[in-house]
Design a protein around this ligand. Structure first.
Ligand code: CTP
Length: 236
């Protein structure tokens, strides 16, 4: 069983692809932030876009580590997948996967967690609903982008926005300290959360490119083609 899985894993990688010899880290999916042993805070991310990016990078020959929150997707072939639950676990797994040439942060990380998760199930009490005190999670993308040692050559974030998509993405490019931002409209009308298609804008230091609506697999392939070109350019 294990041998078969290894053969399948290697078969999914093109060892002559443009990212051969490169290490790529991808984050994907939501995070789950515990309230107590049976309840958690989460979001609607399916992980489809991040998983597609990890698979496309492996198909291009990269040595890929995918750090995934809880999703209902199989591990992509050719990719080393690390399963995590919370934002803090995701940060630990990403730091463990460094160094890398490229890091792509597609996960919808929960911004907040319950400051003190209960070790027992919180019981319904006569006094009414419990008050949850929230505290901010670490920003994984900003932490990696601001590293002085082990910063990947190319750090790419996503900007999930429901309005003023490009404007907010440009602000995030600066505040997070990353090199590129993939901006996408995640408003209910876009259908992107859980859907098969995505409409994105690539925001870099030199401008904004709006890509046509396409499948998440095609967005992933187009992004990886751009990544490979950028990495090759930096080597010349
Ligand atoms: N991100 C991260 N760690 C966090 C929050 C976000 O690594 N704690 C990354 C996401 O993976 C994404 C980028 O930061 O690449 C932007 O995420 P997004 O949810 O759009 O923005 P936020 O930073 O959460 O800001 P806001 O919720 O105010 O839009």
């Amino acid at each position: 069983m294990e041998i078969a899985a290894t053969v399948e894993t290697l078969a999914a990688r093109d060892f002559h692809g443009p990212l051969t010899g490169r290490r790529v880290i991808v984050t994907s999916g939501p995070t789950h932030e515990p309230i107590d042993p049976v309840r958690y805070i989460a979001n609607r991310s399916s992980g489809k876009q991040g998983h597609a990016i990890a698979e496309a990078a492996a198909q291009a020959g990269a040595d890929v580590t995918l750090v995934s929150g809880p999703v209902n997707l199989p591990d992509p072939p050719g990719v080393k997948t690390v399963h995590v639950e919370s934002a803090r676990d995701m940060l630990v797994a990403v730091e463990k996967a460094l160094p890398a040439d490229v890091a792509i942060f597609a996960a919808a990380v929960a911004d907040w967690r319950v400051a003190q998760a209960d070790s027992q199930k919180i019981k319904k009490a006569a006094g009414g609903a419990p008050e949850l005190s929230l505290t901010e999670n670490p920003d994984i993308l900003a932490t990696v982008a601001h590293k002085t040692a082990k910063r990947p050559q190319l750090v790419i974030g996503f900007a999930a926005e429901t309005e003023k998509v490009v404007e907010h993405a440009k602000a995030k490019l600066n505040s997070k300290g990353c090199d590129w931002i993939i901006a996408n409209d995640v408003s209910a009308k876009s259908g992107v959360m859980g859907g098969e298609d995505n409409t994105v804008h690539l925001v870099t230091g030199s401008g904004v490119e709006s890509w046509p609506k396409q499948s998440k697999d095609d967005v992933a392939r187009q992004l990886i083609t751009r990544v490979a070109a950028a990495i090759a350019g930096q080597l010349q």
